[in-house]
Design a protein around this ligand. Structure first.
Ligand SMILES: Nc1ncnc2c1ncn2[C@@H]1O[C@H](COP(=O)(O)OP(=O)(O)OP(=O)(O)O)[C@@H](O)[C@H]1O
Ligand SMILES: [Mg+2]
Length: 208
């Protein structure tokens, strides 16, 4: 069985796609790289075929998603499957709740984003929230951190800061330019997510 991670959320623009790719990029950038595949589920997203440190597959037809995930799940014990969810897709949520090793719900420091994430956590008992695009400047950060009190503390991961180049990870012509500069923060994020799921990176290294 592969390991399955899903980045979900009701609110558009919270960072599901960016963090799904950032996580997979981090796994593929580790000194002993881990194979990861991002499953695109948003019918509005395009699929490109550029070489990356991870694979991308098309899961935009939701009727085929369970079969696709089952096929990927059976590929290898060492494979990490990363589902890039689409906003407000109850069917994807329900499928992921059954099979994912960890569900991640990114949210930004906007009040409405945090309250929605809190409600979403209530519906998905095994999910964790990821503060994303979190401010670094002390005065803004203090206010943002007050929002964290809206969520159960044991179900919130460490914040991912606002990263200037993260949008380029999704850009077919710019990926190669940001692959190296983003590899360190992406590795850190990937290891934190694995840790949160109780998975040791050694168990995912390619054998042989
Ligand atoms: N950590 C971050 N730092 C800086 N910008 C970010 C970060 N995470 C996401 N963004 C930016 O926020 C915007 C929305 O991100 P993204 O497309 O990943 O969200 P999404 O949840 O997948 O949206 P949708 O619901 O439309 O699929 C993008 O412009 C992206 O570059
Ligand atoms: Mg998206």
């Amino acid at each position: 069985m592969a390991k399955i991670f899903a980045f979900l959320g009701e609110k558009g623009g919270s960072g599901k796609s960016s963090l799904a790719h950032f996580f997979a990029h981090g796994l593929g950038s580790l000194p002993k790289s881990i194979d990861a595949v991002v499953v695109i589920t948003d019918p509005g997203d395009d699929i490109d075929q550029i070489p990356r440190r991870y694979y991308v597959v098309d899961g935009r037809d939701h009727t085929q998603l369970p079969v696709l995930l089952k096929t990927l799940d059976e590929q290898s014990e060492q494979l990490v499957v990363v589902v890039d969810g689409a906003a407000n897709r109850v069917a994807v949520d329900a499928a992921m709740d059954k099979i994912a090793d960890l569900i991640l719900i990114p949210f930004t420091s906007a009040y409405q984003d945090a309250t929605r994430a809190a409600k979403h956590l209530g519906r998905l008992p095994r999910a964790v929230a990821v503060p994303n695009r979190w401010p670094a400047h002390p005065s803004v950060k203090k206010e943002a951190n007050e929002l964290l009190a809206l969520l159960p503390p044991d179900r919130v991961m460490g914040p991912v800061q606002a990263l200037g180049k993260i949008s380029d990870i999704l850009h077919p012509l710019r990926y190669s330019r940001v692959a190296t500069p983003l590899s360190r923060p992406a590795q850190g994020f990937a290891l934190e997510v694995l840790h949160r799921a109780g998975i040791h990176p050694f168990d995912l290294h390619r054998r042989g």
